[in-house]
Design a protein around this ligand. Structure first.
Ligand code: M6R
Length: 365
């Protein structure tokens, strides 16, 4: 049950350090990543020329993040697509393709149909799923169990975190198979990953009060924009989805560099713009986009690492993240966004665990 929390969503946000730890421990042996212990029984990287990641909603957002990291480090082409599009076009998929499907429930109709399409064309399928007995688990060739535990709230939080973490595990495992990547780098990535659960726990505690205050402001707004670059853009997508799903406030996410190509026209005095900057490699670029919206009157919130230097006059609100490898810092930046969605919806008085028109498991198209 809710164990004293007002909603399952809040309980599940708080469970993240523990459920993440469970996933990591299931895939670690003597301090190094070992995916064989948790269902992955084949060599998931060596046999393929390309990867297709297919999923829906929040699960899709985890795949969108993974594309940036897997292509960057493993140098294998990765496509990511929502399942309802993939299944109704003619994707170029064959036995040289590894399809990775991501699904908390393991029963999402479009994701299952995309999996079947790919299998029919000869692809192997690796599933990241939270449900051992699901159709997706049964029909896949390889599995990584998410081990997030039961997720009751319609808005996904702890399952998302473990989806992203499962991709982090695949990333490190893949790095081990790339001879050009140094042992030392792999060790560093592994030790950074292990730090995450405790960092998330502290971040929840440290950011909650500030986020409650921000939520009081946001609850009065009609539109909220999220911007980011690289993996931070995918966090923006997830933050916007979470907010609209439970608070019913219109929220949109944009790659920060795209603002100039249209959306900037919507920025006017008082519109909240939330800028995600968990990566330092694109920080300067992102920040100049933030200055542009500020100059047009936007109320800005920057979520970034503590060490960044920037002109404070462009920032109305700041949430600082603890320092971590930028490839893994996404799982820190998502925490304030989950809390923001939750507390804004709470201010709005909405039915947080059961938002209107939505179901936990979408088993029909
Ligand atoms: O069970 P799945 O992971 O396949 O579900 C996919 C989406 O329906 C799901 O993530 C949805 O977007 C969530 N309600 C978002 O919070």
């Amino acid at each position: 049950e809710k164990q004293g929390y007002k909603h399952f969503m809040l309980k599940e946000i708080y469970e993240q350090p523990e459920s993440l730890k469970r996933l990591l421990e299931a895939n670690l042996k003597d301090g190094s990543i070992n995916l064989r212990q948790n269902g992955l029984n084949k060599d998931w990287l060596a046999d393929y020329d390309k990867i297709h990641i297919v999923a829906c909603g929040t699960a899709y957002h985890s795949g969108a993040l993974a594309k940036y990291l897997l292509e960057d480090k493993l140098r294998i082409p990765v496509e990511v697509e929502v399942a309802s599009e993939y299944r109704y076009r003619k994707p170029i998929v064959d036995s040289s393709t590894l399809m990775i499907v991501v699904s908390q429930s393991g029963e999402t109709a479009d994701t299952l149909a995309a999996l079947r399409l790919a299998k029919k064309e000869g692809a192997d399928v690796l599933a990241l799923t939270n449900s051992r007995d699901s159709s997706i688990a049964r029909e896949s060739d390889m599995i990584i169990y998410l081990k997030a535990g039961p997720e009751i709230a319609v808005a996904s939080t702890k399952a998302y975190t473990n989806m992203v973490a499962a991709f982090y595990l695949l990333l490190i495992d893949g790095m081990k198979q790339r001879s050009e990547i140094k042992q030392q780098t792999i060790k560093k990535y592994t030790s950074d990953l292990i730090k995450l659960p405790e960092m998330i726990r502290k971040l929840i505690d440290n950011s909650k009060a500030q986020i409650k205050l921000l939520a009081e402001k946001y609850a009065l707004k009609d539109n909220i924009f999220f911007i980011g670059r690289n993996t931070d853009y995918t966090l923006a997508l997830e933050g916007a989805l979470k907010l609209k799903e439970i608070s019913y406030i219109h929220a949109e996410a944009y790659p920060a560099g795209e603002l100039k190509h249209g959306t900037l026209a919507l920025i006017e005095k008082g519109i909240p713009v939330i800028a995600l900057a968990s990566r330092s490699d694109v920080f300067a670029k992102l920040f100049s986009n933030l200055e542009e919206v500020k100059a047009r009157g936007a109320e800005t919130l920057l979520i970034t690492e503590a060490k960044q230097n920037f002109k404070e006059e462009s920032i109305d609100h700041l949430i600082e993240l603890p320092l971590l490898n930028q490839d893994f810092a996404g799982l820190l930046a998502i925490i304030p966004l989950q809390l923001l969605a939750y507390y804004t919806a709470l201010e709005c008085g909405e039915d947080i665990d059961q938002p209107r028109n939505l179901a936990k498991s979408v088993t029909v198209e």
